[in-house]
Write a new protein. Structure first.
Length: 149
C-alpha cells in the first residue's frame, strides 16, 4: 500500500473518531477518551443544595472550614464525605472529627464551635454578591481545646 494512502486513511479515521462525540446520542453520554463534555453542554440550575461545615468563634464570627479539615484538600472528597455521613446518619461523628482537625490548626485558634449545615444557595447571588441562601443545622459540636471548659 502506498504511504500516502496509509497516511490519508489514518487521518480520516482520526478525524472521524475525534468528531464522533458530536454524533453520539444521547448527548449526556460521556466516554473516555472522547467526550461530549456533558458537564458543560447543558445549563445547570442556579440553586444548589449541599452540606458543609462552618466554624464559629465565641463572638459568633463565622469562619471557613476548608476541605482539608473534612477529608483532604480535594473539594469533591469533602462533598462526598458530607454526603456519606448524611446517608449513614453519622453527621455528629463527622462534626467531632472536623472539630478535632480544627483544634489542631493554629489558623483557626479562635474557632470554638463547628456546625454542619445543609445550605441552598443561588450560585450567581453567592459568587457575585456574597449572598447566602437558607441554611439548616444538621449538627453542632465544640472544638476540643486543652484547658477549655
Amino acid at each position: 500500500m502506498h504511504p500516502r494512502l496509509v497516511g490519508a486513511v489514518v487521518s480520516v479515521v482520526a478525524i472521524v473518531a475525534t468528531a464522533s462525540p458530536v454524533l453520539r446520542r444521547p448527548a449526556r453520554d460521556d466516554s473516555f477518551p472522547l467526550s461530549t463534555y456533558p458537564m458543560f453542554a447543558f445549563s445547570r440550575p442556579l440553586k444548589q443544595t449541599f452540606e458543609y461545615a462552618i466554624g464559629y468563634t465565641d463572638a459568633g464570627e463565622r469562619r471557613t472550614i476548608r476541605p482539608r479539615h473534612v477529608a483532604n484538600a480535594e473539594v469533591m472528597q469533602a462533598i462526598m464525605t458530607f454526603a456519606s455521613a448524611v446517608r449513614r446518619r453519622a453527621v455528629p461523628e463527622l462534626c467531632d472529627r472536623i472539630a478535632a482537625r480544627v483544634a489542631a490548626d493554629p489558623a483557626l485558634a479562635d474557632v470554638t464551635t463547628v456546625q454542619i449545615v445543609r445550605g441552598t444557595h443561588d450560585a450567581l447571588a453567592f459568587l457575585v454578591h456574597g449572598e447566602r441562601g437558607p441554611e439548616r443545622q444538621l449538627a453542632t459540636c465544640a472544638v476540643p481545646r486543652p484547658g477549655a471548659r
